[in-house]
Each structure stands twice: as C-alpha cells, then as structure tokens.
Write a protein that binds this ligand. Structure first.
Ligand code: HEC
Length: 149
C-alpha cells in the first residue's frame, strides 16, 4: 500500500524588506570650458553684419546707399561712403562708423533711436581687434584649414 503522504506546502512568504540604500549620487555638473579658441573674438559675419543689416539696411544697401555707404558687406564697408572707409582697423576712435553711432557728426541710424550700448561696444571691439573679415567665401574649396585669426 502506498501511503499518500500529503505534503503540505507551507509557503513561507518571507516578507523581507530589503532596505535599499538610496544611492543618491549627485553627479557634479561637469564644468564645460569653452573649447573655442576664438572666445572673446568678435565675428564680423556672425555678430556685426547682422546688426548693420537689421538697423541700417533701409538706407545703406547697394540699392539705396545714403552717404554713398553700403553696409551689407565687408568690402563695401571698407570702401566706405562719401567720407571714405567706414572703419580704420584697430582704431575704433578713428572709425567713421563708430563716430556716427555716437552721433558724431550726426546720429546713425538716422532719425534714431541709437543702437543699444552693447551693440556699439561690440562694433568697437570688432574694430579694435583689427576688424577681421570672416565672411565665408562663397566658392571656397571647403578648406579645412580655415583660420579665424
Ligand atoms: C533713415 C535712413 C538711415 C539709416 C537707417 C541709417 N543711415 Fe547712415 N546715413 C543716412 C544718410 C541720409 C546719410 C548721409 C548723411 C550726410 O552725409 O548728409 C548717412 C551717412 C552715414 C555715414 C557716413 C558715410 C559717409 O562716408 O559720408 C555712416 C558711416 C552711416 N551713415 C552709418 C550708418 C549706420 C552704421 C547705420 C545703422 C546703424 C545707419 N547709418 C543707418 C541715412 C541713414
């Protein structure tokens, strides 16, 4: 005879609470140092030209060059207007453009309001840094060795 042995499955539910230590490791924010070597260098193409185009274009484009000045390109600025080149490299104080922005001999944009101080300062800084032309060449042969200096 087979004795049926009843196996009682006693399931012990061990309610073991494992206190998982909250490892709240706050990763310190990595300080990103700007890799740009040209930090602080004002870009004609990316910073100056947009200002001039936004503020001076109605009167100083190739189509309508008041004072014979066209501000839409570096070459045109360098050529300048009735009174000569709009800027003197490295010398903001001697640059016509800067004088006019300060109202000497007359205020530009004509009829005001004057440009915000920061924009005038930026233009002065660009000229002080040598008024570098960093306009991308339209037909450049993708030269990898593009220098911004
Ligand atoms: C509403 C029209 C108008 C706007 C906008 C304007 N200008 Fe002029 N600008 C003139 C006129 C007109 C003259 C010629 C004034 C004169 O010599 O009698 C002039 C002359 C100049 C000259 C002198 C050029 C020369 O060689 O005689 C400079 C520099 C100049 N503007 C810069 C600017 C700049 C920079 C801006 C934008 C921030 C600007 N202007 C916006 C109308 C304008």
């Amino acid at each position: 005879m087979y004795r049926k042995s009843r196996i009682l499955l006693a399931s012990f539910v061990g309610a073991s609470t494992i206190g998982l230590g909250c490892l709240c490791i706050a990763a310190p924010p990595k300080k990103k140092t700007h890799p740009a070597p040209d930090a602080g260098r004002v870009s004609y193409y990316h910073q100056i030209r947009p200002i001039l185009i936004a503020k001076c274009l109605p009167c100083h484009s190739a189509a309508n060059h008041a004072g014979l000045l066209d501000v839409t390109s570096y070459a045109a600025l360098l050529k300048g207007g009735a009174h000569g080149p709009a800027f003197v490299k490295g010398k903001p104080a001697k640059s016509l453009l800067v004088g006019y922005l300060h109202g000497k001999p007359m205020l530009m944009p004509k009829g005001g309001p004057p440009l915000p101080k920061e924009q005038i300062a930026l233009i002065e800084k660009w000229i002080a840094q040598g008024a570098v032309d960093d306009t991308p060449k339209p037909h450049s042969k993708a030269s990898p060795k593009e220098s911004h200096r």
